[in-house]
Design a protein. Structure first.
Length: 110
């Protein structure tokens, strides 16, 4: 664990409970992130009915508010904008949800 993270935790009187995997820098990190969003786009389905609304994953039944910094929000918006296509748009929060799902699954499997 990095000394900086330990110091921040100490100052906040907090405990570090997990380490999140990093998609990594450069080409391979970008490819991993693109795969995450590409998989998400394949799983999005509009709801049934006269006004189907925004497509979502069928397994997502909760819509919690997740606090984050403005910087993170802007970065998610950039990712979503890059990954949008004419046939399927992805929202920044859908990107965040998919990343969160994968990170939790990875941590849980360790």
């Amino acid at each position: 664990m990095a000394k900086r993270i330990k110091k921040i935790a100490e100052l906040l009187e907090a405990d570090v409970v997990a380490h999140l995997p990093d998609v990594g820098p450069g080409y391979f990190g970008a490819a991993r992130l693109e795969r995450i969003v590409s998989d998400l786009k394949k799983q999005l389905r509009p709801a049934a009915g006269r006004r189907p609304g925004r497509p979502t994953k069928a397994t997502w039944g909760l819509r919690p508010k997740v606090p984050m910094s403005q910087r993170t929000k802007r970065r998610l918006e950039k990712i979503a904008k890059r990954m949008n296509s004419p046939d399927r748009k992805v929202s920044p929060m859908q990107v965040a949800g998919e990343i969160l799902e994968r990170v939790v699954a990875e941590i849980d499997s360790e």
